[in-house]
Design a protein around this ligand. Structure first.
Ligand SMILES: Nc1ncnc2c1ncn2[C@@H]1O[C@H](COP(=O)(O)OP(=O)(O)OP(=O)(O)O)[C@@H](O)[C@H]1O
Ligand SMILES: [Mg+2]
Length: 295
């Protein structure tokens, strides 16, 4: 990340440390640095499991210009975040009720270039629409794009919990570390949990996590927590091809099992909090505005 960009992020975090009313509760951001490591599949299946635990969940496709969650779900929503930003539709038209009771989707758009370069008034419109979601959901799960753009960092720094998905590949570890480093520099107490995906065995996953944790402890002075180990299995790509969430397609797979475990940890781990010092919507959208500067 260029220095001026990092500096701008830091400035915005400073500006946003003041008190804001809490708008969205329990935001969980799923991110990775590197692309193609399993974020969207984890986000979707986690959303389904949480909804089956009787939670009201919003899946927010944070990959706003290359939407994936609708594809993985096998649905074609009429509207998406683009309509919301352009003001053609309001939040209630855009939120898509999935086939899973309690699970809604805020779809991303696909193939619309302008969406990565929003005007301030469009961001304000998005903000006022998102504010209407107040208290509607127990959990909001944001599936981010790959990379370390300001928009991804906006989600990461605004969420209550960050699930950082890492595979044992060196490039995944390097990119996840880069993202973690910026996050910890910006927000020392950031709540990051690690999910090791596409490992050959649990032992392999644990070893890869230990290496990553060692890096984090040594250079960032941050001890990490392992939230799940997911083995590489061919059932995942089979499920993707037939556009059926793996939790449905292969409920006894190690993937499904690991996701159920993570959902239980989340339910136990993130307790309702009446008062928070800042709001996800406020922080995130300010960072989106910032994102424009570099387009
Ligand atoms: N545990 C796994 N075993 C085997 N394949 C997996 C596993 N997890 C994910 N995959 C495969 O990896 C591919 C990428 O998954 P996914 O789209 O969820 O990743 P992503 O991190 O969201 O990607 P992007 O960064 O492009 O948004 C998919 O084709 C999926 O089938
Ligand atoms: Mg994805």
């Amino acid at each position: 990340m260029p220095l001026d960009q990092a500096e701008n992020l830091r400035r915005l975090v400073e500006q946003k440390k003041g008190n804001f009313s809490r708008i969205l509760k329990h935001t969980i951001c799923i991110t990775s640095g590197k692309g193609g490591v399993g974020k969207s599949n984890i986000a979707l299946n986690l959303g389904i499991v949480l909804s089956k635990l009787n939670k009201k969940v919003l899946l927010f496709d944070g990959d706003i210009s290359l939407a994936n969650l609708n594809i993985l779900l096998g649905v074609s929503p009429d509207y998406n975040i683009y309509n919301l930003i352009k003001g053609d539709k309001n939040i209630n038209d855009v939120i898509f009720q999935t086939q899973y009771k309690g699970l809604d989707l805020l779809p991303g758009s696909s193939g619309i270039k302008e969406i990565t370069n929003l005007m301030d008034y469009e961001i304000d419109r998005l903000k006022s629409q998102l504010q209407l979601l107040e208290d509607k959901y127990d959990y909001i799960i944001v599936d981010t794009a790959a990379g370390i753009s300001n928009i991804v960092m906006g989600f990461v720094l605004s969420s209550d919990m960050v699930l950082l998905v890492v595979t044992p590949e060196t490039t995944s570890i390097t990119d996840a570390y880069a993202l973690l480093k910026i996050s910890v520099n910006e927000k020392r107490d950031i709540n990051v949990k690690i999910i090791m995906n596409m490992v050959d065995s649990k032992k392999h996953g644990k070893e890869a996590f230990n290496k990553f944790n060692l890096l984090s402890k040594k250079f960032l002075n941050k001890e990490l927590e392992l939230y799940g180990i997911i083995e590489k299995e061919k059932k995942v790509s089979e499920a993707v091809i037939i556009q059926t969430p793996i939790i449905e397609y292969a409920p006894n797979s190690s993937f499904a099992y690991a996701i159920k475990n993570i959902a239980n940890l989340i339910v136990k781990g993130i307790k309702p909090q009446e008062e928070k010092d800042s709001s996800f919507v406020e922080k995130f959208l300010e960072k989106m505005k910032n994102f424009n500067i570099y387009k």
